[in-house]
Unconditional design. Sequence first.
Length: 99
Amino acid sequence: MGKAELYIFATRESKDQFIKTRIENRRKNVETAGTIQRRIEEGGMVDCKICGEKTSMLGTRLCHNCWEVSARLRKFLQSKAGMEMAQAIIDEFVHKGEK
Ligand SMILES: [Zn+2]
């Protein structure tokens, strides 16, 4: 399987979309077919962009835990009890760092 075929397989894009994406990515200098191919060859795992744990989520580059927290935290903090719980956890971590 060549680079283009691998990329299309991994991203489930059509060939036209693949070409458009490739041109757009070159312009923006972000994800390239080569980068995605390298990740597939490395076992389809990447480092989570928040905590650094290995994740198979190539698109978001977030592990399950970081995805869940980042997707739900703002809504959680809208409740007073949620905010107090989060504050208590943060305080606990801050005090741990002081010991
Ligand atoms: Zn993570």
